[in-house]
Design a protein around this ligand. Structure first.
Ligand SMILES: [Zn+2]
Length: 347
């Protein structure tokens, strides 16, 4: 009962924040789908001994450093999410941790993919971008963008723009826009594309994708194409990479209760739950948008939320006495906040 209530009101709060943000500027709501996750590593690329990736360290059976596609995809997705949120685009991440779609443990591919498309369809996002890296048994190298057969003209426009920017920013061979009915393309109800940045099986590609700077460029390439697709004109420099745009690291999270009025405005019955607000700041004290937080609610449920352009992330918390723990979901960053949720009071 509590779980059903919570899921509904959490979605209401999430949708309210999405709608408030999207109507403000009439910007598309972008679903960002980092391919694979959890027990599904995706493709694996072998790196030279001692290589640094800025991703979780992974090794193969021969103890050679390797790069997992799931890690590279999530890194690019988080960078794209930050890029879009900084420009006021509302976004939805289909996963924001090393898990399957919906940030739940990986069970099987069908459940993983279904969670991703269900989330995008339920939130009525405007467009869907799935992020992958390729693999082949040949020496294939280069960038591809996919859409489903029979996709509308707007999807072709989006795919062409993303492919053009990716080739420009990554400098890998242009393998073109292709049609294929991947699950996430077939089962989403909005214009949807799937990008394959490079081949983890190819030496030049994996050497590029191992660099945080290149993954930042990949994110900016996709973001820039979405910016133009939205009719906003020139997105500015899109192949700048991390050298030009350092990624700030969250330093503090502060938890506050939203108060009765805010709680009601978010569609929550104040006798049954509260809206809590987690504010994320960097070391300089500036609020940070696009930071994904994982929360553990007093009822034991885990939920994910992302800070908005004002640095605030919203959480629907059931009125059940216990601990509320919110932690930044970012590799290597240990920043969390804790609060005590008081017992339910009759009013
Ligand atoms: Zn993949």
């Amino acid at each position: 009962m509590t779980a059903v209530w919570h899921r509904r009101t959490f979605l209401t709060a999430l949708l309210a924040s999405l709608i408030a943000a999207s109507t403000a500027a009439s910007l598309p709501v972008v679903a960002i789908d980092p391919g694979h996750g959890g027990d599904d590593s995706g493709a694996v690329g072998i790196l030279p001994p001692g290589a640094e990736t800025g991703l979780p360290p992974r090794f193969n059976a021969q103890l050679r450093p390797v790069i997992y596609e799931k890690d590279a995809n999530l890194d690019v997705a988080m960078r794209l999410n930050a890029w879009l949120l900084a420009r006021q685009f509302p976004t939805l991440m289909t996963r924001s941790t090393d898990n399957a779609g919906g940030d739940v443990p990986y069970v099987n591919q069908e459940a993983d993919l279904k969670a991703r498309t269900d989330a995008a369809n339920a939130a009525a996002v405007t467009l869907f971008v799935s992020i992958h890296q390729n693999s082949a048994h040949t020496t294939a190298s280069g960038t591809e963008t996919y859409l489903k057969a029979g996709a509308p003209e707007v999807t072709h426009l989006l795919a062409a723009g993303v492919q053009r920017n990716l080739v420009l920013c990554l400098g890998l061979p242009d393998r073109g826009v292709k049609e294929r009915s991947f699950y996430v393309l077939r089962n989403t109800t909005m214009p949807s594309i799937l990008v394959e940045g490079g081949f983890l099986s190819a030496e030049p590609d994996v050497a590029l994708l191992a660099q945080p700077d290149v993954r930042q460029k990949m994110a900016e390439a996709i973001g820039g194409a979405i910016f133009q697709y939205a009719g906003l004109g020139d997105p500015g420099p899109i192949c700048a990479g991390v050298g030009a745009a350092p990624v700030p690291v969250p330093h503090t999270v502060v938890l506050t209760r939203g108060g009765r009025a805010l709680t009601q405005r978010a569609g929550i019955d104040p006798t049954r739950g509260d809206l809590w607000i987690a504010t994320v700041r960097d070391a300089a004290g500036a609020t940070m948008s696009g930071v994904t937080l994982r929360a553990r609610l007093p009822n034991g449920k885990g939920v994910t939320t992302t800070s908005r352009p004002d640095g605030k992330a919203l959480l629907a918390v059931p009125r059940r006495a216990g601990r509320l723990v919110v932690a930044v979901a970012m590799p290597g960053v240990k920043v969390a906040a804790r609060a005590t949720v008081p017992r339910r009071v009759r009013r």
